[in-house]
Design a protein around this ligand. Structure first.
Ligand code: NAD
Ligand code: 6OD
Length: 485
């Protein structure tokens, strides 16, 4: 029987007037009926969050908040298998990926922000006094208040907790709206947070879609103090307009059209492995995934052959089957979009090196949203396929002749999220990585994370940086006290 997922407000399940279906992308089967939050339910959630701030949660010290964050991490750990199962059913991603990336990172997110606030002692006075002769200045960091957290479907729990953890660390109360495609782990997180002992109302979940649903009701609500959002650049722009009349702060992690730059002096095998990971992980549905690969002409063929080989070796099968490393796309609608880019690439003159279509899969998966890992050559930066985010397992391979040309090609985009540089020349690695107009540039690796470092994007890829103290700078704001001496 299909189970139901409820909104969670002040620790209690709250039904909606309508429900919508939550589909397993691997099979196309309905797994949950989800209660959609209308404007009244969203208002109830915002009021519960406000009440938490005015009650015990608002009086909780920084050291206690750090302890509570660690307790949340422990409660997720205690439910590890349930979180894995929920994430795999919602996304169709290989179970192995949920086990090694999504759920461990959720735990690490809470532990890391506990460490950040415990180490920095956010309730200690931060002295801003340059010259103590005439005045003593100190700043008191305060929570923003009620923070709306709106998150996408690709790494649902990882990206939700990347925002919920620092928001709670800063003493805010949260109303979370997970993606309509992946509502389960945000709901289960409410159980873990209650079990950890946070006062009810500090974390609330509302379910639904964007426009004319929970997403817009939340961003347009008159009593939210900030919005932190991960998703498409276009949605970010809509949310900015929604909060503009009340001048609320936003933190945006948006789309990307990320480049990799491969020099002839790279370690060929390690580069092919790293590139394949950066193109195909999570079926290309990671905002950091590489969609443009610029390769120095001398090694173009060997890199291209290696990547085609890696694409052919990906195992498309049920997410829980042994050895599966390639899952479906999230939905029929997203597969239609990705497939339309595959067709457009051919219209724009691409030579398909591998993939380009919809694979045959075993019978039990035939209702799922499967797609082939795909590589092209023959495209240039003038093609639409090279300029728009596909968010699927596909990349274009393009040769270059000089370092200057590679930098120009990589930076020729409206986005500015991530880049990867592959070279064994140390100086060149630093030089080219620094020349990339992106938030994160990796050298000889991809998606290697230190949760204290600044994470975010330039241009269409976002506003602000999150990670360690950078997150705390967003989720709190200081009042400066100046005392004449
Ligand atoms: P999306 O923008 O369609 O949806 C994200 C969330 O916003 C969902 O919860 C959705 O319901 C909600 N939403 C949609 N319209 C809204 C509106 N008008 N008002 C309020 N909420 C609204 O994005 P998606 O399809 O879920 O995710 C894929 C996109 O996210 C890609 O573009 C990807 O690059 C980007 N992304 C970026 C990062 C990053 O760190 N930069 C991380 C993950 C995903
Ligand atoms: O690792 C992270 O902290 C992060 N925000 C990753 C974003 C991935 C995009 O899909």
């Amino acid at each position: 029987m299909t189970s139901e997922l409820f909104n969670v407000i002040a620790g209690a399940p709250v039904p909606g007037r309508r429900t919508f279906e939550n589909i397993d992308p691997a099979t196309g089967r309905v797994i949950h009926l989800v209660h959609e939050a209308d404007a009244d339910v969203v208002d109830q959630a915002v009021r519960a969050a406000r009440a938490a701030l005015q009650g015990e949660w608002g009086r909780t010290t920084v050291q206690r908040r750090a302890e509570l964050l660690r307790a949340i991490a422990d409660e997720i750990q205690a439910r590890f298998e349930r979180f894995v199962a929920a994430e795999v059913a919602d996304t169709g991603k290989p179970e192995q990926l949920a086990r090694t990336l999504d759920v461990p990172r959720a735990i690490a997110n809470f532990r890391s922000f506990a460490d950040t606030i415990a180490a920095r002692g956010l309730d200690s006075y931060l002295t801003e006094t340059a010259d103590g002769g005439t005045a003593l200045n100190y700043a008191v960091p305060k929570p923003l208040g009620v923070v709306a957290v709106i998150s996408p479907w690709n790494l649902p729990l990882l990206l939700l907790t990347w925002k919920v953890a620092p928001a709670l660390a800063g003493g805010n109360a949260v109303v979370a709206k997970p993606s309509e495609e992946t509502p389960a782990t945000a709901t289960l997180l409410a159980e873990a947070i209650s079990a950890a002992g946070l006062p009810e109302g500090a974390y609330n979940v509302v379910h639904g879609f964007g426009p004319d649903s929970a997403g817009s009701y939340l961003t347009e609500h008159g009593d939210i103090d900030a919005v932190t959002f991960t998703g498409e650049s276009r949605t970010g722009s809509t949310i900015m307009r929604a909060v503009a009349p009340r001048v609320r702060p936003v933190s945006f992690e948006l789309g990307g059209k990320n480049a990799a730059v491969v020099f002839a002096d790279c370690d060929i095998e390690a580069t092919i492995d790293g590139l394949a990971r950066s193109i195909f992980t999570n079926t290309g549905q990671v905002c950091l995934c590489t969609e443009r690969v610029y390769i120095e002409r001398a090694v173009f063929d060997v890199i291209a052959e290696g990547l085609v080989d890696r694409a052919r070796r990906l195992r498309t099968a049920h997410p829980s089957a042994e050895g599966t490393d390639f899952g479906p796309l999230i939905s029929q609608q997203h597969r239609d979009k990705v497939k339309s880019f595959f067709d457009l690439a051919v219209e724009e003159g691409a030579e398909v090196l591998v993939g380009g279509g919809i694979p045959r899969v075993e019978d039990q998966l035939s209702g799922g949203f499967w797609i082939e890992p795909t590589l092209w050559k023959g495209l240039t930066n003038t093609n639409r396929v090279m300029r728009e985010e596909i968010f699927g397992p596909a990349a274009a391979l393009v040769p270059f002749d000089t370092e200057a040309e590679a930098i120009e090609l990589a930076n020729d985009t409206d986005y500015g999220l991530a880049a990867a540089v592959w070279t064994t020349n140390l100086k060149r690695g630093h030089r080219v990585a620094q020349a990339m107009n992106v938030g994160m540039a990796w050298v000889n690796t991809w998606y290697l994370r230190d949760l204290r470092s600044p994470f975010g994007g330039m241009g269409l890829s976002g506003i602000g940086r999150e990670g360690g103290i950078h997150s705390m700078n967003f989720y709190t704001e200081p009042t400066n006290i100046c005392i004449a001496l």
